[in-house]
Design a protein around this ligand. Structure first.
Ligand code: SF4
Length: 296
C-alpha cells in the first residue's frame, strides 16, 4: 500500500520507503490505508507518475505558465541551460543574458510528480502553457499532461521543441520549432545530430495542419547571415507565412563566439524578409514588458 502524508513523499519504486523530502502541500493526498483524502478531482489522473518537469514560472499579466522539462537529445554548444536551468526571463535572471559564463550550471536535482504539477496549476489563472526548458517531447508523460491541460484548464498548449522526436500531439495547439541550422554539417557540429529528421518532421507537422513557428539563433561568424537566409528559404519552401523569430546568441558554455550587435540582428531580419512575410529579430537590448515569477 502506498501511503502519503502531508509533507512527505513516498518513493513509488520502493513503496515502503518514505523519504523526508518536502512536497507541495496541495498535492499531498493525506495518509492512512485508503486514498479517501485524495482530492476527487485528481483521482482520474495518474497523479503519482513522475514527470521531467523541474521548474515552473508564471506571468500573471498574460496568464501564461512555462513548464520546464529536463533532458535533451541534442548537445547544442550554445545551450542556455549550460548557464542557468531556470527561466531567463525571471527578474533575478535577466542580468545573466549579458553576463560571461563562469561555470556550467548544475542540472536540477528534483522533479515533480504529475499531481504536484496539477496542484500548482490549480492555484493559477492560466490560459496559455509553454512546454519548454529542454525537450518536453521526450517526457513519457507529455501526452497525458497536455490532455489534462486541455480538459482541466482549457489552455492553449504550445510545445517548444527541436522536433528531432515528435511526441503524440493530439492536445498540442502549436509547435515552436528551434531550428539550429539548415546546413547539415553545421547542424551536426552545433548539436551533435543531423537535421534530416528535423526537416522531415517539420514538413510532416505542417501537412498535418499543426500551427508552426520557427526560432533560430544568430551567432556571428558561425550561424551567420548566410545560414539565416538558408533557414528562411527552407521555411518559405514550406509556407512563406510561417512566423520566424531570430534570437541573438548570448554567451553560454565554453565558446569563442561573441554576441551579435543590434545592427547585425537588423541585417539578419531584412535578409530573412526576402523570403518570409512574418519575421522578427530580437536585438538583445529589449526590456521586459511584464513580470515573470518563479512558482517552483
Ligand atoms: S535543443 Fe535546446 S535544450 Fe536541447 S541542447 Fe539544444 S538548446 Fe539545449
Amino acid at each position: 500500500m502506498i501511503k502519503f502524508h502531508n509533507t512527505v513523499r513516498c518513493d513509488l519504486k520502493s513503496p515502503d520507503l518514505v523519504t523526508d523530502e518536502l512536497v507541495v502541500d496541495t498535492v499531498a493526498p493525506i495518509l492512512d490505508d485508503k486514498f479517501v483524502s485524495l482530492p476527487k478531482s485528481l483521482q482520474p489522473y495518474p497523479w503519482y507518475m513522475m514527470t521531467n518537469i523541474y521548474h515552473i514560472s508564471y506571468a500573471a499579466r498574460t496568464k501564461e505558465v512555462s513548464l520546464f522539462f529536463w533532458g535533451c537529445n541534442f548537445r547544442c554548444q550554445g545551450c542556455l541551460c549550460k548557464k542557468e536551468s531556470r527561466n531567463f526571463l525571471l527578474k533575478e535572471n535577466m542580468h545573466l543574458f549579458s553576463q560571461e559564463p563562469d561555470a556550467i550550471a548544475r542540472p536540477p536535482d528534483r522533479f515533480l510528480y504529475l499531481g504536484e504539477v496539477i496542484g500548482v496549476l490549480d492555484k493559477l489563472d492560466v490560459r496559455l502553457v509553454l512546454l519548454e526548458g529542454q525537450e518536453a517531447s521526450l517526457d513519457p508523460m507529455y501526452p497525458t499532461l497536455t490532455e489534462i491541460l486541455h480538459e482541466r484548464y482549457g489552455t492553449r498548449n504550445i510545445l517548444c521543441s527541436n522536433i528531432y522526436k515528435k511526441p503524440p500531439l493530439k492536445d498540442t495547439d502549436a509547435v515552436t520549432v528551434g531550428l539550429k541550422a539548415f546546413t547539415d554539417s553545421l547542424h551536426r557540429h552545433y548539436t551533435g545530430k543531423s537535421n534530416r529528421e528535423v526537416q522531415e518532421h517539420f514538413v510532416e507537422l505542417y501537412r498535418s495542419g499543426m500551427q508552426l513557428s520557427v526560432t533560430s539563433l544568430f551567432v556571428p561568424g558561425y550561424i551567420d547571415t548566410d545560414e539565416t537566409e538558408r533557414i528562411a528559404r527552407f521555411i518559405a519552401s514550406v509556407d512563406e507565412d510561417i512566423p520566424y523569430v531570430i534570437l541573438p546568441y548570448f554567451k553560454a558554455g565554453n565558446n569563442p563566439w561573441r554576441r551579435p550587435t543590434p545592427e547585425e540582428m537588423e541585417d539578419a531580419e531584412s535578409v530573412a524578409r526576402r523570403h518570409l512575410n512574418k519575421v522578427h529579430a530580437f536585438k538583445g537590448d529589449e526590456e521586459m514588458e511584464y513580470e515573470v515569477a518563479r512558482v517552483i
